[in-house]
Design a protein around this ligand. Structure first.
Ligand code: ITT
Length: 194
């Protein structure tokens, strides 16, 4: 069955934090991850799924499968899902301080972090899409280290700590963990577990 027996897979990303997290998470499933540090075109679309699928199809002609890419986004309830698919732009422009300013005086701090992984196992089939989502809230202030939005996002579980404060434990609760767990289970046990 396609997918069974894969024990090594490429991750195409220019983000070394993402690569490190993916390597740690997928090692638990006996999968070795090879980093392909490469930029690729990203379409501007309303969903992360569309963005990830477009990029994976483009990469199929340029990178040897099996490989995956990942597109992530922070969706803030009170801002009607903003920045969502525009998270990269929002981080580069207004940053964590800007997000906290937008949330000034807003009591509903609900948010979720979403990860969409597009996996290409061979050249002849359409890439598969796996989604992971972690519900949480936007902290009142910047707390902890990490990268990106880590210091302002508090996952509901384990509660009270930002991704930045969780350190390595982020990889037990994160959106990336939830999406990649599905990839790990699939590749170690076969397509029926998708
Ligand atoms: P790629 O090369 O894989 O596309 P990227 O850095 O462009 O990497 P994304 O578009 O997936 O990453 O992420 C959108 C934004 O969300 C970006 O600014 C990231 O810094 C941030 N982000 C994504 N995952 C995160 C995480 O686990 N913790 C904190 N911030 C994260």
């Amino acid at each position: 069955m396609v997918g069974e027996g894969v024990d090594r897979i490429r991750f195409v990303t220019h983000n070394r934090h993402k690569f490190r997290e993916a390597r740690t998470i997928l090692a638990r499933f006996g999968l070795e991850v090879e980093w392909v540090e490469m930029e690729y075109p990203e379409v501007q679309a309303d969903t992360l799924e569309e963005v990830a699928l477009f990029s994976a199809r483009w990469l199929l002609d340029r990178v040897d499968p099996p490989f995956f890419i990942e597109d992530a986004g922070l969706f803030i309830d009170a801002l009607r899902g903003f920045p969502g698919p525009y998270s990269s732009f929002a981080f580069r422009t207004i940053g964590n301080e800007g997000i906290l300013k937008l949330m000034d005086g807003i009591r509903d701090r609900g948010a979720s972090f979403k990860s969409v992984v597009a996996v290409a196992l061979d050249r002849d089939s359409e890439p598969a899409v796996l989604v992971g989502e972690t519900p949480g809230r936007i902290a009142e202030s910047i707390r902890g280290g990490g990268w990106g939005f880590d210091p302002i996002f508090e996952p509901l579980e384990p509660g009270g700590l930002t991704y930045g404060e969780l350190g390595e434990d982020k990889n037990r609760y994160s959106h990336r963990y939830r999406a990649l767990r599905r990839l790990g289970e699939w590749l170690s046990k076969g397509r029926k577990h998708l």
